[in-house]
Design a protein around this ligand. Structure first.
Ligand code: NAD
Ligand code: IPM
Ligand code: MN
Length: 351
């Protein structure tokens, strides 16, 4: 029986994972899937209470005892610097070696886009490198607090690390018949890292002759994603650039509230989480859009080998949008739980 760890975390993470769980349980019951769902108390509350973010033993248990994780968000204004969030979220990505951060953004309804017009059907699938780049914490602060202070944040790019994320992007394009893979970098200014990415992209690309390949500087990419987003399909980028363009791509396709993601080590482990954070500005008010998390449930069901169940969840999400059962960010008036209940019932064939 598949075992799933649920980590609601902080702020709206609690609210959206509650709805994700509801949908998962409903579709599992309807489709005869038996799942074990265990809720984990990780986040700011525990950190403030016990001074512990996550232990080595818990990392070990998560990776050995579970098939996947569904996480809400981490980040709390009461924890200065959000040390606990770095330990838990980046800890899982790095220590479980979840090197693919897959962030698919799809415009389900043109009315959701903030653009005046969109140049065609829009599906942007971002492959963000998730275990190195500017996120390793290598570097340091020297002469801290003095006028001569120096802060260094290294950008770490290994051939192995770049190669595996680039290959994951191309393989996805091949399997899902996507016409083009675009590398997003800043090779004009950051020529060492950029050079490595471009070399590896060209080398791996040779294995995928049927797929168009191009490269864009990240600043021009930000511009072109607004100008003609439908030109793009699969994007591959470093950790930091992938973080930035994924928020942009999310906004172009309906906002952060709709965007799911998977942190994956293919064949080994998967952690699904909405792209958004803990949104302290709306936490506890029932305003959070649960669709990012519910779309994570669909990714999770695919991961568990239940594509039909995943499709029922996706169909129920589309139906909720068509029927206007949406939260405020999408122009509706439903609260978080109303959307979750509606989708759970729809996915289970009860409405
Ligand atoms: P955020 O994503 O939490 O919020 C940005 C804006 O989008 C806010 O106005 C928020 O209200 C809105 N928003 C986000 N999710 C929404 C949803 N589901 N429905 C409706 N509106 C939504 O980003 P932030 O404000 O920069 O960060 C808040 C905290 O979350 C910080 O501590 C940050 O580090 C953390 N964070 C965590 C993750 C994660 O756990 N993966 C991701 C991003 C940010
Ligand atoms: C995300 C978040 C995280 C990141 C933060 C909270 C460290 O923005 O998941 O996109 O930058 O990866
Ligand atoms: Mn982000």
């Amino acid at each position: 029986m598949p075992r799933i760890a649920l980590i609601p975390g902080d702020g709206i993470g609690q609210e959206v994972v509650r709805e994700g769980r509801r949908v998962l349980e409903a579709v599992a019951a309807a489709d005869g899937l038996t799942l074990e769902l265990d809720e984990w108390d990780l986040g700011a509350e525990r950190y403030l209470r016990e001074g512990v973010s996550i232990t080595d033993e818990e990392f070990e248990r998560l990776s050995s005892d579970y098939d996947a994780v569904l996480l809400g968000a981490l980040g709390d204004p009461r924890v200065p610097g959000n040390e606990h969030a770095r330990d838990i979220l980046l800890g899982m990505r790095f220590r479980l070696d979840l090197y693919v951060n897959f962030r698919p953004c799809e415009l389900l309804d043109p009315a959701h886009s903030p653009l005046k017009s969109v140049d065609g059907p829009l599906r942007l699938e971002i492959f963000r490198e998730n275990t190195e780049g500017a996120y390793t914490g290598m570097g340091g602060r020297f002469r801290q607090g003095t006028p001569d202070e120096v802060a260094i944040e290294e950008d770490v790019n290994t051939r192995k690390g770049v190669e595996r994320i680039v290959r994951a992007a191309f393989e996805h394009a091949r399997i899902h018949r996507r016409p083009r893979v675009t590398l997003v970098d800043k090779a004009n200014a950051m020529r060492h890292a950029g050079g490595l990415w471009r070399d590896v992209f060209a080398e791996v690309g040779e294995e995928f002759p049927g797929i168009e390949q191009d490269a864009m500087y990240v600043d021009a990419m930000a511009m072109d994603l607004v100008r003609r987003p439908a030109r793009y399909h699969v994007l591959v980028a470093s950790n930091l650039f992938g973080d930035i363009i994924s928020d942009l791509a999310a906004e172009l396709t309906g906002g952060l509230g709709l965007a799911p993601s998977g942190n994956l080590h293919p064949g080994r482990f998967a952690l699904f989480e909405p792209v958004h954070g803990s949104a302290p500005d709306i936490a506890g008010q029932g305003k959070a859009n649960p669709l990012g998390t519910i779309r994570c449930v669909a990714l999770l069901l695919d991961h568990l080998g239940a594509p039909d169940s995943a499709e029922r969840v996706r169909a129920a999400v589309r139906a909720s949008l068509e029927e206007g059962v949406t939260t405020e960010d999408l122009g509706g008036s439903a609260d978080t739980a109303t959307v979750g209940v509606w989708i759970a019932e729809r996915a289970a064939g009860q409405r």
